[in-house]
Design a protein around this ligand. Structure first.
Ligand code: SF4
Ligand code: MG
Length: 349
């Protein structure tokens, strides 16, 4: 297996501060609290969980847009956390991000041409593109921008236009073109379709898949909705309160989810056939997501888990352990639940 990205025991903690005269730290939000994962080159890792589970923080930490507290991030043999300011700046071209609505935060007075060539003004064209496009000047940058527009299905004439002139789906295409302009190896897409109409979501996901094929990209796709990442992902990781609770090849996960939290997320996916809906047990989660500043002891999910067993679940942290080839689950009772030896009980909110 050709691993492009390796993350080992990554933590991102944010201090909570109080006090005006004596500023002191009274605790930490443990947004990411010990995550390990690997992404093979050319594949897609889908990272799923409720909002507030730490998935965006994890995505941003990989690019050091959030500074990790501890752990290792290795991209293609380079220890990303060890990079100093200038090497990090140069390294950034290899890792790019696609945002939920990339243009909403940008200057609406900037034309598409200016938005797409901006990363090139900072980083320059890479060797191959310089050779191909005849230099590293503005003209070559504009050529590169036009090329990317065509790849994402927009006409060259879009260069002269402004973000507000486009639909949400077209704007996301521009955001994707902007992320690709530097020829990255890893693209982190944080909720790339959640701001879009359902009818447009599939088109944008398909575009990401086409680009992966065309440009040999590796993806981390972040979503709160399992249905969105199903088809694009080779591997899916399910995150809860700063940790990964289940990881599996996409098909296996959908066929047989093993962690109670994954079961709950899956039963939230609407099924078009009402007969199937009736047959499927609905697992409803009790209560709100606990605070990541003070996660529950033992299994972090035990306060909401309909399968929780006294006292092991409340006392002992379940390790993320391999239960089948390529499948990891952090649950003491994964096998018993799978085999129906433990059934769901009501959890009072
Ligand atoms: Fe539920 Fe216990 Fe498994 Fe945690 S370890 S998911 S509380 S059954
Ligand atoms: Mg988020």
């Amino acid at each position: 297996e050709d691993v492009l990205l390796e993350v080992e025991d990554l933590r991102v903690h944010f201090p909570i501060r109080r006090g005006i005269v004596f500023d002191r730290t009274i605790g930490h939000v443990r947004a990411v609290d010990g995550v390990s994962l690997r992404i093979a080159r050319g594949t897609t890792y889908g990272l799923v969980g409720e909002s507030g589970c730490g998935k965006s923080t994890l995505g941003r930490a990989l690019l050091r847009l959030n500074e990790p507290t501890s752990g290792r991030i290795v991209l293609d043999g380079t220890d990303v956390r060890a990079l100093g300011r200038e090497p990090l700046r140069r390294f950034r071209r290899r890792m790019q991000m696609v945002f939920q609505d990339p243009l909403s935060s940008l200057d609406p007075r900037q034309s598409v041409q200016s938005l797409l060539t901006e990363p090139l003004r900072v980083h320059g064209l890479d060797e191959a593109d310089r050779g191909r496009l005849g230099g590293n000047g503005e003209r070559a940058h504009v050529e590169r921008a036009a090329e990317l527009l065509e790849v994402v299905g927009l006409p060259r004439s879009a260069l002269a236009r402004y973000p507000h002139e486009f639909s949400g789906g077209q704007r996301q295409r521009i955001g994707i073109a902007r992320a690709m302009v530097l020829n990255p190896e890893l693209v982190v897409a944080d909720e790339p379709v959640s701001a879009l109409d359902v009818s447009v979501q599939a088109q944008v996901i398909n575009l990401l898949e086409e680009l992966q094929e065309l440009l040999g990209l590796t993806y981390l796709v972040i979503a709160h909705d399992l249905a969105v990442v199903r088809h694009i992902s080779d591997t899916i990781g399910v995150m809860y309160l700063g940790v990964i609770v289940e990881e599996a090849p996409s098909d296996a996960l959908y066929e047989q989810p093993l962690h109670p939290y994954t079961l709950a997320l899956m039963s939230a996916i609407p099924v078009p056939d009402p007969a199937v809906e009736d047959a499927r047990e609905r697992i409803l989660l009790a209560g709100d997501l606990p605070s990541p500043a003070n996660p529950p002891a033992g299994c972090r999910f035990h306060t909401r888990c309909p399968f929780a067993q006294e006292r092991l679940c409340a006392d002992t942290v379940p390790e993320l352990r391999e239960v089948a080839p390529g499948r990891r689950v952090a649950c003491h009772w994964a096998e018993e639940i799978r085999d129906g030896r433990i059934t769901a009980h009501r959890v009072d909110p």
